[in-house]
Design a protein around this ligand. Structure first.
Ligand SMILES: *[C@@H]1O[C@H](CO)[C@@H](O)[C@H](O)[C@H]1NC(C)=O
Ligand SMILES: *[C@@H]1O[C@H](CO)[C@@H](O)[C@H](O)[C@H]1NC(C)=O
Ligand SMILES: *[C@@H]1O[C@H](CO)[C@@H](O)[C@H](O)[C@H]1NC(C)=O
Length: 389
């Protein structure tokens, strides 16, 4: 049968229903700056300030090199701990530990200036400050007026104003306001995020901001939880520059925690609600944490999640969880059975076998890195010029 040109074009269009969707930023989360502060007995102050390079580190340059040179990623999300940037004796705010800041800046400069990629600054604090010894649950919720030991919303705004001022001249930096706020009123999450946006914009910084949802930023839960649902709150944020995107996390195991080996949660089905909300409010989103083990079901669902983001224009960026300098054979996800290593290039599983870098990053995530990404210009909800490397 001979098809007319028109019929062929129509058939192609049907196969590509979302041809306009674009991922501008793709890469990996670098976890390590928040390491070394956990205490089995919840002892306050454990690992503070910590020894840089021994208890914690932000990146390994060899790992970043491999990700950049081999896989051509243009985005790294770099975790740090608020209690190290702002020691407890200073309190949360504009006064930093300059030694700690310099180490952090060195890593961000390596990624953005040496490798030319974009970097998300990630205070890995669950909207809490003053006791990371039993993260993610310990510490006073920022802005909790009933807790005299809690840092205030204004202090959080001052902290972000200072951090933004220091990176405002680097257009490759993205301000990730907070990792996974949870178990707090959504009104307070909103107030804290607004204070941070106000603090950032007051400095003149134009960089992209990422605003996280409450309830661990779970995409599947975005429209759930009744009056507390993120879908009732987060679109109320006001950014005078309209350069704020939504920060979503989505794991694929039974309870969305990322702690189980098997993947059972269909991402397309579970993200339908938050995607509709993004569309309704004309917002863009990043999924800055997702991952899975090396089972057949996880490989399929991770592919489904990456395809879902590629096919829906609301999603413009992602970082897989996680690479980092100190994982060793430990795993950033799915550790209920055994330690499978991490996305860090060169890591190995505890049994000496291939790590998640070999079994998941290389064959699954790296295959979905678009050949063209944004490599210059300000980080933006609108993306920028797409070029290949
Ligand atoms: C600041 O950071 C450095 C390097 O980690 C550390 O040696 C020092 O004790 C810290 N200062 C405070 C006040 O935490
Ligand atoms: C705020 O602080 C009070 C007093 O310590 C505590 O009972 C309450 O649970 C805290 N609220 C949150 C959201 O943590
Ligand atoms: C996952 O990786 C580990 C470590 O290399 C290996 O022992 C295991 O057999 C792998 N599982 C699957 C389903 O491939």
């Amino acid at each position: 049968m001979k098809l007319s040109t028109r019929a062929v074009l129509a058939a192609c269009a049907a196969l590509l229903p979302y041809a306009s969707a674009t991922i501008f930023y793709a890469g990996v989360a670098e976890s390590g700056g928040e390491f070394g502060a956990w205490s089995a007995t919840s002892e306050v102050g454990t690992g503070l300030p910590g020894r840089f390079g021994t208890d914690y580190a932000f990146i390994s340059t060899s790992g970043v090199d491999a990700m950049a040179d081999k896989h051509k990623i243009n985005l790294y999300r770099v975790a740090f701990l608020l209690e190290r940037m702002c020691p407890l004796s200073y309190g949360l705010g504009a006064r930093f530990n300059e030694t700690h800041f310099e180490h952090f800046k060195e890593s961000i400069d390596y990624i953005t200036k040496k490798k030319g990629a974009y970097a998300i600054l990630d205070p890995h604090n669950y909207m809490r400050y003053n006791n990371p010894s039993s993260q993610p649950f310990s510490g006073s919720v920022i802005g909790n007026a009933s807790d005299l030991t809690a840092a205030t919303t204004a202090q959080f705004g001052a902290f972000w104003g200072e951090l933004a001022k220091r990176f405002a001249d680097n257009e490759k930096v993205i301000f990730g306001l907070m990792n996974e706020p949870h178990d707090m009123p959504s009104s307070l999450n909103l107030a804290n995020l607004q204070a941070a946006i106000d603090g950032i914009r007051k400095t003149g910084a134009k960089n992209l901001i990422l605003a996280p949802g409450n309830a661990w930023s779970g995409g599947h839960y975005w429209t759930k939880g009744g009056a507390e649902a993120n879908s009732n709150w987060i679109h109320k944020l006001v950014d005078p520059l309209k350069n704020t995107a939504i920060d979503i996390h989505e794991y694929l195991d039974e309870d969305f925690s990322g702690s189980h080996t098997e993947c059972t949660q269909d991402p397309a089905k579970n993200l339908a609600g938050v995607t509709a909300w993004l569309k309704e409010h004309k917002l863009k989103a990043f999924i800055t944490e997702f991952g899975g083990s090396n089972t057949t079901a996880c490989v399929k669902m991770l592919n489904d999640l990456l395809d879902y983001m590629a096919n829906n224009e609301e999603y413009i960026g992602w970082t897989g969880w996680a690479a980092g300098p100190f994982w060793g054979s430990y795993s950033p996800c799915c550790t209920d059975q055994r330690q499978l290593g991490s996305f860090e290039p060169g890591s190995k599983a505890a049994d000496g076998g291939p790590s998640l870098y070999d079994t998941i990053w290389v064959p699954v995530l790296s295959k979905k890195i678009p050949s063209k990404l944004q490599w210059s210009g300000i980080s933006s909800v609108n993306g920028g010029e797409l070029t290949s490397r």
